[in-house]
Write a protein that binds this ligand. Sequence first.
Ligand SMILES: *Cc1c(COP(=O)(O)O)cnc(C)c1O
Length: 461
Amino acid sequence: MDTNRYRLIPQTSELLKAAGVVNLSKRYAHEEIVAALRTVLDDVRRTLASGGNLPDFHSPAFGETIATVLEIQRRLNLRRVVNGTGIIIHTNLGRAPLAAVAIAAIEQASRGYVNIEFNLETGKRGSRYDHVRDLLVQLTGADDAVVVNNCAAAVTIALAAYAKNKEVIVSRGELIEIGGSFRIPDVITQNGAKLREIGTTNKTHMADYENALTSETAVVLKTHTSNYRVVGFTATPTLKQLKSFTTANDLLLIEDLGSGTLIDLSPFGIPDEPTVRQSIAAGVDLVTFSGDKLLGGPQCGVIAGRADLIANIRKDPLLRAMRIDKLSLAALEATLRLYLPPHDPTNEVPVLRMLTATPESQAPRADALAKQLNQISGVTAVAHSAKAEAGGGSLPAVELESRCVSVEVSGLGVQALADAMRQSEPAVIGRISRGKLVLDVRTLSDDDFDPIALAVQAVIK
Ligand SMILES: *Cc1c(COP(=O)(O)O)cnc(C)c1O
C-alpha cells in the first residue's frame, strides 16, 4: 500500500475551514465538530487502506457526511425502541409502558410545582406517601402501605427494619437471584441478618421451618419465584400454614411477591401469579412488590401490610434514601386509579392489555403489518402464529399464543437485518427464529408499524 496517500488527508485545523464544515459551526460546538471530523477521517483512512479513493474534502457531500455524524452524535443515548420481542415486561427495554393518564400525570407533575409534601388542607407539611396510600389499601386489602423506588429497595427496607441481627428463615427453593446481582441470600446478610436456609430446592415442609426455629429467629421470608418455576416433585407449605407458625412463635411473615399483580390473571391463561390481596388475606405481615411489572406502572416498589409495621418503616432513615420521586409517584397514582371502577385495567393498563390480548384480536394486526412490509420490494413478510414467552423474567413458563410477522430481505442475512433494524431510529428489536427476523405484534402498537416499515426500507437502500 502507498502510505503517502495518507498525507493527502488534510489537517483537522484545515478541514475546519472547509466550506461545508464552517457552516456547521452555527449549529454545533467546536468540540462536537472536531469529534465528528475524527470519526469521518478514521473512515477515510480505512477506505484508503482497502484501496479506495480519497473524498473531495471541499465538496458539499463531505460537509453532509460530517453533518450526518454530528446528528448521530447528538442523538440521546436513551432512545425509543420498538419492541417486537413479544416480551411484555422486558427489563432491558424499560419494563412497563405507561397508560396515557400516567404519562399525563408525569407531564403535569414535571411542568411546575406539585403538593408532593404539602398538605393543601392544612397548609402544613404533608407526606409523599399519603398520595397513594388509600388507593393501595383499597386495592390490596392491607392496613397501610408505603412506596419506594423499586422492589429491591422495598425488600431491603423491610429486612433492615425487622431482621437486623436476627435470623431469617428461607426455603432453599426460594433463594432467588432477580438479576443485576440482587440475590435474596445477599440482601439478607447485607442487612445484618442471618440466613437460615431450610428444606431442599424442590421440597420444603412445615417441619423444616419448625426445626429451624431458634431464639434468634425474627422473620420467615417467603419469596415468589417470579422468574423461574420449580416444577414436578415439589412441596411447599401454604401461606396459611406459615402464618399459623409465625403467629404461634411471635415471628413476622414477610413475602416478596416481586411481580405484584393486583388482579387475578388466571382467566387469561396465567394461573400461577398470586395477587397481593391473596397474600394479605392469608395474613402475611408485609408484602413487597414492583410497580413496573404486572402492576403496569412506573418503576417503584410497594411495601404493604400491618399498620404498626408500616408506621415504623415510615420513620426509617433508609426510606428517605430510597424514596420514590414525584414523577414516578404521579404515574403510580394515575395507574392505580385505572384499577377502580368504571375502568377496566385489562383494557387500560398497557401491560395488562398486551398480556390479555387474544390471538383473534392480534391476527388482523399481524396481517396488516405483513401487508405493509410486503409492499417494499425485496421484502418477504409472513404473518403466522407462535407460542411465545410473554413475561421475560417475570412470567416463567407462561407461553402465550401470539401473532407474529417473519421478515426476510433478499440478499441480506438475518443477522445483518437484525443489526440494521437495531441501529435505526427508533431502534427496532425482534427475535431471530428459524433464520428469520420475527416481530411479535403483542408488544407492538399500531404506531410502531410505520417506523418498522421505514427501518426495513432503509436497509434495502
Ligand atoms: C423483580 C423482583 C424483585 C425486584 O424488583 P425491582 O422492582 O426490579 O427492584 C424483587 N423480588 C422479586 C421476587 C422479583 O420478582
